[in-house]
Design a protein around this ligand. Structure first.
Ligand code: FMN
Length: 175
């Protein structure tokens, strides 16, 4: 495989690449972090399970975000998987905010990261590895806390928020 550089012509058209990624349906999460008194959250879909022993997940974070510095400096982050009724939070945390958690119901986890109330699941991690990849960093975290509750998740597909439906019409398992 040939190495690519920023000056080389990209191997595929950027619009084609974006069009393909738009149809990768994903759960919507808010990645939360904390450095001292500074709490932050960012909406993210680039989150994935990595390993069960030890339990690890990864999150792919743009280096230009506020969250990137907080996660890198504090060595911790939490992934809050949003419920279908939490779309307003997805919009809120996709912007830079002065007081991101004002009027947002949350607690603090053992790493100090904010944990969102009413999330479908919350996965709290200590940072174990980081890998640079283009404009982003892949943060690999070891799971130190997890909570899960039955609720419908919020999805993102083709540039919009969506709801889940069973392919065979079966009733959803969260009811
Ligand atoms: C649906 C959706 C998914 C997103 N997924 C990611 C992601 O996986 N990684 C990322 O770095 N930014 C992602 N973003 C963009 C961040 O939410 C956005 O840059 C945010 O303002 C960063 O906040 P911060 O600078 O306060 O950390 C996503 C935005 C939306 C709306």
């Amino acid at each position: 495989m040939r190495p690519s550089s920023a000056t080389e012509k990209p191997p595929v058209d950027a619009a084609d690449f974006k069009a393909a990624m738009r149809v990768l349906a994903a759960s919507v999460t808010v990645i939360t972090s904390r450095r001292g008194d500074q709490l932050n959250g960012m909406t993210a879909t680039a989150v994935c399970s990595v390993s069960t022993a030890p339990p690890q997940i990864l999150a792919v974070v743009n280096r230009e975000t506020t969250s990137h510095g907080l996660i890198a400096d504090s060595g911790a982050f939490a992934v809050n998987i949003l419920a279908a009724h939490q779309q307003e939070l997805a919009g809120r945390f996709a912007r830079r905010l002065d007081r991101p958690f004002e009027d947002v119901a949350h607690g603090l986890g053992e790493t100090g990261c904010p944990l969102l109330a009413e999330a479908v699941a919350v996965i709290e991690c200590r940072l174990r590895e980081r890998h640079h990849a283009g404009t982003h960093t892949i943060f690999v975290g070891e799971v130190v806390g997890v909570s899960c509750r039955g609720a419908e998740p919020l999805l993102y597909f083709d540039g919009g928020y969506r709801r889940l439906a069973a392919a065979d019409g079966a009733p959803p398992s969260w009811r």
